[in-house]
Ligand binder design. Structure first.
Ligand SMILES: C[S@@+](CC[C@H](N)C(=O)[O-])C[C@H]1O[C@@H](n2cnc3c(N)ncnc32)[C@H](O)[C@@H]1O
Length: 229
């Protein structure tokens, strides 16, 4: 499994050098309105620090940026981080390309975070590398900080085209005319496993979102929202 990060990195950097996702997703603005603002009164006016792990082109961050949050982002895809810098020039120095291999104790920025989000990204890691990243994220957060993350659900259709390898990782390899995949992904069995994965945090809400296009199949993702106590 030593080269799985290379395969995933090759996919995000070279195969689809511009994964086009420049706009905020509904599960982000609903998370903001229903949880951050409604439950906690966090609306960005205090300039809270938000880190997006796997920020891609910055669609979620630019939404938070416009609301007044102080935005930080990391990703392995150079073109996408460059795109994010372009649409958020005011925080360009807080958007960073990172190495795909997580390093224990990694401190991404000098400031600690009030909120961490990570959408459809942590599932590109083995269970072991996930542990390293989640501990790093935890250590980069203030006490009381919130985390909102989504990961592939067990019924997500990519798994129908995958072989289990090891350490939580499946090799997804298929072509359906629209996409050609050769990537490594983790899938989460149920909400209980989601809570276990994020056990550094106090769980508050464990939910999900799903969609299907072209009848390709379920794109189920579990979401975890919790607090660093
Ligand atoms: C499905 S995209 C999601 C992007 C963004 N969060 C969004 O919702 O539009 C997955 C992202 O994870 C990033 N990624 C993959 N492996 C990673 C790793 N080991 N460390 C950090 N980011 C990674 C990819 O470059 C890509 O931008």
């Amino acid at each position: 499994m030593s080269n799985y990060l290379e395969t995933n990195s090759h996919y995000w950097n070279d195969i689809i050098p511009e994964y086009s996702a420049p706009n905020v997703e509904s599960f982000i603005f609903r998370f903001y309105g229903r949880i951050l603002k409604f439950d906690y009164g966090i609306d960005g006016t205090a300039g809270e620090n938000v880190l997006d792990f796997g920020c891609g082109q910055g669609g979620a961050l630019s939404f938070f940026n416009k609301l007044g949050f102080n935005c930080f982002g990391v990703d392995i895809a150079k073109n996408d981080v460059a795109y994010a810098k372009n649409i958020m020039p005011g925080v360009a120095d807080q958007l960073m390309v990172i190495d795909p291999k997580p390093v224990p104790g990694e401190c991404y920025f000098d400031e600690k975070m009030d909120i961490v989000i990570s959408i459809q990204t942590l599932d590109f890691l083995t269970n072991s590398d996930f542990q390293t990243v989640i501990k790093n994220l935890y250590d980069n957060m203030k006490p009381g900080a919130k985390i909102f993350a989504s990961m592939n659900g067990w019924d997500m259709y990519y798994r129908n085209h995958a072989q289990y390898v090891e350490d939580g990782l499946w090799h997804v390899e298929f072509e359906n005319g629209r996409v050609s995949y050769d990537i490594y992904l983790n899938f989460i069995k149920d909400k209980t496993e989601m809570v276990e994965k994020f056990n550094l945090f106090k769980p508050v809400y464990v939910d999900y979102y799903d969609s299907s296009f072209r009848e390709e199949g379920s794109e189920l993702r579990y979401t975890f929202f919790g607090v660093k106590e």
